[in-house]
Design a protein around this ligand. Structure first.
Ligand code: DP6
Length: 363
């Protein structure tokens, strides 16, 4: 820690977001302008977040970046782009450098892309530290040029990222709107590192013919999803979310050479969810999945079914760690009868979390 009294610092915490309708494709690589609108849920800060401190002082001789306490030899080009934009906007930063220290409360192997929470927390901290004009829009812009999906982590609750006008994000419904909605993240044993989203979406644009069909229908889907969220219609919500996930992966498969993010475990979980959804007496949906650029599912479920579904997961994935036990009060209770094979040794971790209220500045 520096003893220099002229050092000014701002710290910000931001959490990852999970897309309900995926962002896939950029019409402008430099500014990260998306081909389509997307919609997401920002996760609760308590369970996982990035924690970024930005400091500045006249005595700093260059920009530095520490990740998880380790000094990085070079700032990534995206981070340099973000700092370049701050210098352009902040008169008092022209000849000043910054020190960035960032860490995550969740491991890189958790299946969650940390770039969204990392760039959202960095963007908000920089905006505050340099007192930039129009703070909300500026932080959103800075987060976006760091990583597209980060623009959705600058707000809590249900967030839409628009592909039109200034391509900024906005909160559609705050966290309190749907308080009994829960998320269960399943982390399967790590497989090989997938193609990055940045590269894969570029390849999709160049080669996929299904991609344009997706773009033609995605806004209609978003409007239907917003209405389902507004009236808390879980059946419609679940169906739209699962179908958008599948369509996104179909587009990836239609890319040449194909991009395949799902694996055997993902397919098994898809079967499990559909079998479980058939067990409701009234034919109602109990759980929905979505997958990003990786094999790990993010499941949405209401509080009333959470305990039962966790018990089912514990039964189907017998080797799952103890983390799940603390959420399962009555492990002897009867399980719904479903015909899906037991899969030992595939699930590494389960994270139970909920919607969050958005980033927090700690000065
Ligand atoms: C599949 O935001 O990681 O998670 O803008 O190139 O940094 P860049 O890509 P990134 O892409 C995320 C893609 C996704 C879908 C989503 O989050 O909407």
């Amino acid at each position: 820690m520096s003893t220099d009294t002229s050092v000014r610092s701002v710290t910000c915490q931001a959490s990852p977001n999970i897309a309900l309708i995926k962002y896939w494709g950029k019409r402008n690589e430099e500014l990260i302008l998306p081909d389509n609108d997307s919609l997401s849920i920002t996760l609760d800060l308590t369970d996982m977040h990035s924690y970024t401190t930005v400091s500045t002082s006249p005595s700093m001789a260059c920009d530095t970046f520490y990740f998880e306490g380790v000094l990085q030899t070079k700032l990534s080009s995206r981070m340099q782009k973000v700092l370049g934009e701050v210098r352009r906007r902040a008169k008092d930063m022209q000849n000043q450098f910054v020190e960035i220290r960032s860490q995550n409360t969740f491991p890189a192997s958790s299946g969650l892309a940390s770039s969204a929470s990392a760039y959202a927390s960095l963007a908000i901290a920089l905006t505050k530290l340099f007192n930039l004009d129009n703070p909300d829009a500026t932080a959103a812009y800075l987060a976006r040029i760091g990583s597209g999906s980060a623009i959705r982590s600058v707000y809590g609750g249900f967030v839409r990222w628009s592909s039109e006008g200034e391509c900024l994000s906005s909160c559609l419904f705050p966290m309190e709107h749907w308080p009994d909605l829960r998320l269960i993240i399943l982390i399967f044993n790590p497989s090989k590192k997938p193609v990055s989203s940045t590269d894969a979406m570029q390849r999709t644009r160049e080669t996929s013919t299904l991609f344009s069909a997706r773009l033609a229908t995605v806004n209609d889907k978003i409007e239907k999803l917003i209405e389902a969220i507004r009236i808390k219609d879980f059946n419609t919500f679940a169906k739209i979310v699962m179908m958008d996930s599948s369509q996104f992966h179909a587009v990836c498969m239609d890319t040449y050479p194909p991009v395949i993010y799902l694996n055997e475990q993902s397919k098994h979980l898809i079967d499990l969810v559909h079998a479980y959804n058939k067990t409701d007496e009234n034919g109602a949906m109990k759980v929905a999945y979505t997958f990003d650029a990786g094999p790990n599912p993010f499941c949405f479920i209401r509080e009333e079914h959470t305990e039962e579904f966790l018990r089912l997961l514990k039964y189907i994935y017998p080797t799952v760690d103890n983390n799940v036990h603390k959420h399962v009060a009555n492990s002897d209770a009867k399980l719904p009868s479903i015909n899906v094979p037991i899969a030992p040794n595939v699930l590494e971790r389960i994270v139970l979390t909920k919607i969050g209220s958005g980033p927090k500045i700690i000065s």
